[in-house]
Design a protein around this ligand. Structure first.
Ligand code: SAM
Length: 328
């Protein structure tokens, strides 16, 4: 087993997009009430007094859309300035990024993943839930701003949905040729979207790699990430291509992470909802942080047994939380 030292922190369950694979239209999303969100102070208490002492040193801020969280820049600064923080990253849809990139960088954020599922504005709008005005350009401006401010690595996340954006794989991969950007292709997962998923399923990463190989060539990259991506490169390209294949391959034994929801639930496995701990209620009812450390240590010890291991059954299990609530 890998050491589990990476925590994905969802700052808010709301999003300014309604991506069809993540928060499908018609889904009754029950947003967490503001008073149920972990406060700024609660979150920092948990990070400093529970997570860091049990071995977490790398953090990713996600959502919903993390840039919608009030005081997000301050929070970045607070986490980045902790001496034990070895890595702080963010996953965002990029819509508000152009105006915030410099402040986030100055606050200490260095790594950013921006979701970009299409280079075609019409396809993009249909994926994110068109609300009558184009948003693609503003996201692209956010990506360009993050690049010029100096975010490195800058990664673009692409969820590949058959019949929706899989015809753009080559164009998206080609972004890495002249730019030091890293494109990550993610297999579509059946969480909160069984209708869309049930119709179309996912495309195995190896099939995507073959398409890219046939056109550009593809070599295994010398750059090895810490995460679940298998990293490749178009020969001579400045950036890399990563493939996150949680549906076609099981990488539970490489899993190095847990997830904290915006309302304070600690989740040991993305695809298994058992054994979660409600840290917010514990904090608010006066359970001391020494007891919480004990509970989180126990959960860490149990994680190998909890990790989901039945991908081969092509699961479309019913999950009670959507990806927007879990944080991806
Ligand atoms: N709002 C931010 C964004 O758009 O990146 C952060 C939250 S989003 C839930 C985090 C990541 O989860 C995104 O890269 C998104 O594409 C991915 N994601 C959401 N639903 C997914 C699904 N059903 N299968 C695979 N990836 C998914």
């Amino acid at each position: 087993m890998n050491q589990v030292d990476y925590l994905r922190i969802s700052l808010i369950d709301r999003c300014n997009f309604r991506c069809q694979y993540c928060m499908p239209e018609g889904t009754d999303l029950e947003y967490v009430l503001r008073q149920q969100l972990l406060t700024f102070e609660e979150l920092l208490t948990l990070i400093q007094e529970v997570f860091i002492p049990v071995g977490f040193t790398r953090f990713r801020l996600t959502g919903g859309e993390p840039l919608l969280r009030p005081r997000v820049v301050e929070l970045v600064q607070a986490i980045a300035s902790l001496p034990q923080t070895q890595d702080l990253a963010m996953t965002t849809n990029g819509f508000l990024l152009a105006g915030m990139a410099q402040d986030l960088y100055d606050a200490g954020l260095r790594r950013i993943n921006i979701s970009l599922d299409s280079l075609d504005s019409d396809t993009f709008e249909s994926i994110i839930g068109n609300r009558g005005r184009s948003r693609w350009q503003q996201v692209w401006d956010g990506i360009v701003a993050a690049h010029s401010v100096g975010f490195d690595p800058l990664k673009l996340n692409v969820v590949v949905i058959p019949g929706v954006n899989d015809d753009e794989i080559l164009d998206l991969a080609a972004l890495t040729i002249d730019r030091q950007w890293h494109v990550r292709f993610i297999e579509f997962m059946p969480i909160g979207n069984s209708h869309l998923f049930g119709d179309r399923g996912w495309i195995p990463s190896e099939e995507l790699r073959q398409r890219i190989r046939d056109t550009f060539g593809l070599t295994e990259s010398k750059v090895r990430g810490n995460g679940p991506a298998d990293v490749f490169q178009i020969p001579g390209a400045k950036g890399t291509l990563g493939f996150i294949s949680q549906m076609s391959e099981c990488f539970c034994d490489r899993c190095n992470r847990m997830r904290l929801s915006a309302d304070g639930w600690l989740r040991p496995c993305l695809l298994n909802e058992s054994n979660q701990i409600d840290l917010k209620t514990a904090l608010r009812t006066g359970v001391d942080t020494a007891e919480l450390r004990k509970q989180v240590r126990q959960l860490l010890a149990m994680k190998p047994e909890i990790n989901f291991k039945q991908r081969e059954s092509g699961t479309t299990g019913a999950y009670s939380r959507t990806m927007s609530q879990i944080g991806g």
